[in-house]
Design a protein around this ligand. Structure first.
Ligand SMILES: Nc1ncnc2c1ncn2[C@@H]1O[C@H](COP(=O)(O)OP(=O)(O)O)[C@@H](O)[C@H]1O
Ligand SMILES: [Mg+2]
Length: 298
């Protein structure tokens, strides 16, 4: 286990258990019948992992995902258990892993990033300004930046290879990649999960502007995998600061992105060092998102 000077967990080393993937944020180990899915405290911005971590961030991501899994118990998902002590081979690491890891079903991943947009910002806003079309949906005229869409949109993108950026694809392309049946299932589930979460979060003062899901196939069925409705996979806006016409601040790594924009950095690895103040403010934002959504601290 590698922690940085602030106590952020950067990488996990578990001798004797094969690691099958180190993503930007997660270290994934093969437990034979299942996967150990660990959220580190690594932070990526512009698809580059920063040298410093954000203490507690991985726990926030895991606790928020667990919260949604529980709330949406009608939704088949990859969680087996978050109780790490249930696996004897992990007992030496239980203290490091508890709260930030889950044991999950080994799914065959569907290579589509299932993005749902309830509000018109980011690349959706850019596309709209260009020709009024967002991922094949012709939208009415008159939207301002960050406006709420009349209906949430499913705007999939392809899951990029390491080092590449994801690319928007049309629903027809999704169908040709994975077939009509799976394509419709992941679209319909994505929209339903987004709407459920947005309706839950709004009275708590959070707008879920957009989010990204991943699905996999397990036992022949489509299940929700990966992290769910976290600050890393979603734009959460404090509702009291929301104003259409400009891009609202979000409850995530906005401080880091804003800071990086002040630097002369070309947005390729290695990432620049983060000042202590940015690390602390970002950690506080993640904790706040966790507290407001789930009602519990990490
Ligand atoms: N249940 C699962 N079975 C197999 N793969 C999964 C499962 N859940 C998530 N994954 C994969 O694990 C990876 C998550 O690690 P992460 O660090 O978030 O990666 P990335 O850099 O691609 O975002 C993703 O590639 C995701 O597709
Ligand atoms: Mg990810």
């Amino acid at each position: 286990m590698n922690y940085d000077a602030n106590g952020a967990l950067l990488t996990c080393e578990i001798p004797g258990i094969p690691m099958i993937n180190r993503g930007k944020v997660r270290d994934i180990y093969d437990l034979g019948d299942s996967l150990l899915f660990i959220a580190s405290d690594r932070l990526s911005a512009f698809d580059v992992v920063m040298p410093e971590g954000i203490p507690g961030k991985g726990k926030v991501l895991t606790q928020i995902s667990l919260f949604w899994f529980k709330l949406m118990d009608w939704l088949p998902n990859h969680l087996i258990t978050a109780d790490i002590s249930s696996r004897p081979e992990l007992k030496d690491y239980a203290k490091d892993l508890q709260g930030r890891a889950m044991i999950v079903k080994k799914a065959k991943t569907i290579p589509v990033e299932c993005i749902v947009r309830g509000y018109l910002v980011g690349s959706g806003w850019k596309d709209y300004c260009r020709d009024g079309v967002v991922s094949g949906h012709k939208l009415r005229s008159g939207y301002a930046q960050a406006d709420k869409l009349d209906e949430p949109l499913f705007t999939p993108s392809s899951k990029a290879e390491i080092g590449e950026h994801d690319e928007a694809i049309s629903f027809d392309q999704v169908i040709s990649m994975i077939g009509q049946d799976y394509a419709e299932q992941i679209r319909d589930l994505s929209l339903k999960v987004y709407k459920t979460a947005a309706d839950y979060a709004r009275p708590k003062g959070i707008i879920v502007a957009d989010t990204k899901f991943e699905f996999g196939v397990y036992g022949g069925k489509v299940i929700l995998i990966d992290e769910v409705l976290t600050p890393d996979s979603s734009r959460f806006w404090p509702a009291d600061q929301y104003k259409p016409g400009s891009n609202p601040p979000s409850l995530d790594k906005q401080f880091v992105r804003d800071y990086l924009e002040t630097l002369d950095w070309n947005k390729t690895a290695p990432g620049p060092h983060l000042p202590q103040e940015i690390i602390e403010k970002t950690a506080a934002k993640y904790r706040e998102a966790c507290k407001v959504l789930t009602g519990s601290d990490i």
